[in-house]
Design a protein around this ligand. Sequence first.
Ligand code: ATP
Length: 242
Amino acid sequence: MSQAEPNQILLNVKDLHVYFGAIHALKGLSFHVKKGEIVSLIGANGAGKTTTLKAISSVTGYKGDIEFEGKRLAGLAPYEIVRLGVAHAPEGRGIFSPLTVYENLMMGAFTRSDKKEIEADLEHCFTLFPRLKERIEQRAGTLSGGEQQMVAISRALMARPKLLMLDEPSLGLAPLIVKQIFDIIKKVNSEGTTILLVEQNARMALKVSHRAYCIETGRITLSGLGRDLLNDDAVRKAYLGG
Ligand code: ATP
């Protein structure tokens, strides 16, 4: 893991509320991510983790304040948020099945025009995931689940983000692939990208995270260092199987 830079808050979420009709999905969430950190949001199904990332990406409306590098994100379009340096690999991967691996990755660079740098970032993705280079012309819909997750992470990296948000990257993957994905998350972070991770696999998430927040029915119930939460009795009971 890279060193977090003390006091340099990259993302600041303050009193976040999200409503879906009568459902009050987020009930005043406040948390922050410092430059250089890996921060996890852990919690059960339906706790509000995905909704939190969607609010940051401006895919869903909200009340409260979200600031990135001190700039308020309210009212910005999703592509403007990408342009500021926030990329999102969504739950379910959101890849474009009929398109090739190459085309999917290039979609991630849609806000950029620096051709040479884009080529360099593509090569960097292939260094992280050599399997994708072998499958560059393959339609993404025919890839395995693990390979599709590699595409989702690489596509987000192609935006060259300062903050990479990953929603359930381990979902539905075999343990060996999960380990590979988490190794890559650590590597990407050690190369300087700050990471906000949403996971139901709390054990893996806490192991790689500098800090984490537990979310229960739209509220943060606990927060702390990843390694401390791994040993916390309440966390063990609720999220780590006792
Ligand atoms: P999961 O891991 O299952 O995705 P989560 O913690 O990410 O869980 P969210 O998907 O953020 O949870 O959902 C939080 C709450 O908001 C849930 O009660 C969910 O049913 C509700 N919700 C989410 N999206 C919508 C929507 N578009 N319309 C209505 N309710 C929604």
